[in-house]
Design a protein around this ligand. Structure first.
Ligand SMILES: Nc1ncnc2c1ncn2[C@@H]1O[C@H](COP(=O)(O)OP(=O)(O)OP(=O)(O)O)[C@@H](O)[C@H]1O
Length: 277
């Protein structure tokens, strides 16, 4: 990231806080189009009188795993609804791959290479695992209708194998355990051939062993060239996986840094960790 293009209001940043007590230091960084694959600059989202996302700026660097952390209701989903075109931000700019994509519709963002998984899985229950993934392939990869039995299924099979579902191709999603449904959700997102994958709370409901196994998968995907943002409301399993984190509170940035910097940040400790990691 070209941090030199980022500007800080240094006049009194050590003492200023916003209405929620978030330091100006964390909140005031301003970002340009070249700072990352995905760049949010001053994104604000209001629902009537409620400010769910409050002048939020950060960049996701190409090839990293960024943790996007905040407690329930902090504005994580709303931020990514703004990014993925569910609704436009009230204010601010979203840039993807150097271009202003503020308010761009979801299907266009998918075509640009942005994919997302959801906390609540919604696979088609009357289709097999393989068909669920085949149907998520982007249209230009569905070669012909008969392709659903041919090359499309080859590609879908490869994606299933990539996420560890190679031996569950013909089962119904209802037969998968929770961790299997998460893998299917990942496969459906990967089927769109993304450059950037937003993963929403992947560790919820997983055992310790499953957290490790999913972490390994996400790290492997990053090593193969994917950029990832992993959203979570706590640090469980996350700090050992991510390269950097952005921590938000009340929709505004509280802290940003490496796992070590986040661990030792007093404001983060007080707000999220009860004083310790
Ligand atoms: N469509 C909406 N209309 C009104 N308020 C909303 C809407 N969506 C979210 N909010 C509010 O915005 C705030 C942020 O919610 P959001 O779901 O983005 O938080 P979150 O960090 O994703 O929480 P969680 O970890 O529980 O998913 C909350 O106060 C929420 O009630």
């Amino acid at each position: 990231m070209s941090t030199d293009s980022r500007t800080h209001d240094t006049a009194d940043e050590s003492s200023r806080t916003n209405e929620h007590g978030t330091s100006a230091n964390a909140a005031d960084a301003s970002y340009g189009p070249d700072d990352g694959l995905l760049v949010l600059d001053g994104v604000t989202k209001r629902f009537g009188g409620l400010t769910a996302v409050d002048d939020l700026s950060f960049a996701v660097e190409s090839g990293e795993i960024l943790g996007f952390i905040g407690p329930n209701g902090a504005g994580k989903s709303t931020t990514f609804d703004c990014v993925t075109g569910v609704f436009p931000p009230t204010e601010g700019t979203v840039r993807y791959d150097g271009e202003d994509v503020t308010g761009t519709a979801t299907h266009r963002m998918v075509k640009r290479g942005l994919a997302r998984t959801f906390q609540s899985f919604r696979p088609l229950s009357d289709r097999s695992v393989l068909d669920n993934v085949a149907l998520a392939l982007t249209p230009d990869k569905v070669f012909t209708l008969s392709g659903l039995r041919g090359r499309t299924h080859d590609r879908a099979r490869a994606v299933c194998e990539r996420v560890g579902l190679g031996d569950r191709l013909d089962v119904s999603p209802s037969e998968l355990p929770h961790a299997g449904l998460l893998r299917l959700e990942l496969a459906r997102a990967l089927a769109t051939d993304p450059d950037l994958l937003l993963v929403d709370e992947p560790f919820a409901g997983l055992s310790t062993g499953e957290v490790e196994s999913v972490s390994d998968l996400l790290a492997d995907l990053r090593d193969e060239g994917l950029t990832l943002v992993v959203v979570d409301h706590n640090m469980r399993g996350l700090l050992s996986l991510i390269d950097r984190a952005v921590v938000i509170r009340f929709g505004a940035k509280l802290a940003e840094g490496t796992p070590d910097e986040i661990r030792s940040n007093e404001e983060v400790q007080e707000a999220y960790l009860g004083g310790s990691t």
